[in-house]
Write a new protein. Structure first.
Length: 393
């Protein structure tokens, strides 16, 4: 089954124009308000990295479980993984913004703070970048290995079942390794890059909650890209049963995300320990409280209430509407996590909007380019027929 995506010049120009706007807004923001500019940079960098890592986790889950229904769509998460090398560059550039984002990076602050001294073996600049190099190094290597195996599978003759199966088994093996690496390194990185923005606060649930959020929102973007390509004449075999499965993924993961959100809040509220409650106290001030409650509405309430009935979970327009709401929800979630200690009072202006749109434009360009470089459907996948003729009662 041959199906290739052609990226139009309009798409390329629009995505690169957004990226250019992002660069301009970020540079201008550095001159006006460097703390807000770098905080917005971290929000956007982590946002799109979480989409790529969520897509990688989704891909590995499908491979390990040998899921048939999703095998025709595997090139979508593979293309989203192509963002990881670019994300590595953006995180390395945080070297210039660390003093504006992380309180623990100031030696004078550490000297007068026993808690920061206690955390200094973990919260220090060398470890920060060692973590970036090791984590991104593993992610890039493993994602490239999976991509190469996937493309190699297309080169076999359809009757060469032995060769196709050998590649398929190796792909599954690397997926097993990758999924373990993601679970470990992404959790540690989340503590290091996001939670340490407020270094006096800690939560043992924080990293897992963000990991679930990456899986959830990575899955939503996979579904959104598939829907958009279907409307452009690709994935002609997409049916209501595929829609139902994607909706079930979003529905179930939103419940898990909501549970983690509630568990973190409830445990800290019940314990009432100042070192823990400071996180919520800060976010219930200066207007942040509205955004704090809005994130639970968009990331849990909307998908739970709308996708619960079977009829709505098989309607592409309704699912797309839910996904668009969750795109905003994930952004608000990260803004609430990162910006209060950096910006203080709540605000959303051209700096925040421009930086996010810049990352979005570049992300779209990178993923679109990766999609156009290979056949959209893995023609020799052993479960391809099961996927294209997917149905259940």
């Amino acid at each position: 089954m041959q199906d290739k995506v052609r990226i139009s010049n309009t798409f390329r120009i629009a995505s690169l124009a957004l990226a250019t706007i992002g660069v301009i807004c970020f540079i201008a923001g550095l001159r006006i308000n460097p703390e807000v500019a770098w905080g917005s940079y971290l929000v956007a960098a982590y946002y799109f990295l979480s989409l790529a890592m969520g897509a990688a986790f989704f891909l590995c889950i499908q491979s390990i479980t040998q899921s048939g229904w999703s095998s025709a769509f595997m090139r979508i998460p593979e293309s989203m993984m192509s963002w990881i090398p670019f994300a590595a560059v953006f995180f390395l550039l945080l070297y210039f913004g660390i003093p504006h984002i992380y309180h623990w990076s100031h030696p004078e602050a550490v000297q007068g703070d026993p808690l920061l001294q206690h955390k200094s073996p973990f919260l220090n600049i060398p470890f920060f970048f060692i973590n970036i190099i090791i984590s991104f190094g593993l992610w890039i290597i493993l994602s490239m290995m999976l991509r190469r195996l996937s493309l190699r599978q297309d080169t076999f003759a359809p009757e060469d079942h032995e060769g196709i199966l050998a590649v398929f088994n190796r792909y599954e093996l690397y997926s097993r390794i990758f999924i373990f690496v993601i679970a470990l390194t992404f959790s540690v990185s989340t503590f290091n890059w996001v939670m340490s923005v407020q270094p006096h606060w800690y939560s043992s649930i924080f990293a897992f909650k963000n990991f679930v959020a990456a899986f959830l929102h990575g899955t939503t973007i996979i579904a959104l890209i598939i829907f958009l390509l279907h409307l452009k004449g690709h994935f002609t075999f997409l049916n209501e049963y595929h829609l139902h499965d994607f909706a079930r993924y979003i529905f179930i993961l939103s419940i898990i995300w909501g549970y983690m959100w509630f568990a973190q809040f409830m445990i800290i509220w019940y314990g009432n320990i100042p070192e823990e409650t400071i996180f919520y106290f800060d976010r219930f001030q200066e207007g942040w409280k509205v955004l704090y409650w809005l994130q639970i509405v968009l990331n849990w309430g909307v998908p739970f209430m709308i996708l619960l009935p079977v009829q709505t979970s098989r309607n592409m327009k309704i699912i797309t509407g839910v996904i668009l709401a969750m795109i905003v929800g994930q952004y608000i979630d990260l803004v609430v996590q990162i910006m209060p200690p950096i910006a203080g009072a709540i605000r959303f202006g051209w700096i925040e909007a421009g930086v996010f749109l810049g990352f979005a434009g570049l992300f779209a360009f990178v993923v679109g380019t990766a999609l156009a470089r290979a056949n959209l459907v893995p023609s020799n996948h052993p479960y391809l027929i099961e996927s294209t003729e997917h149905q259940f009662e």
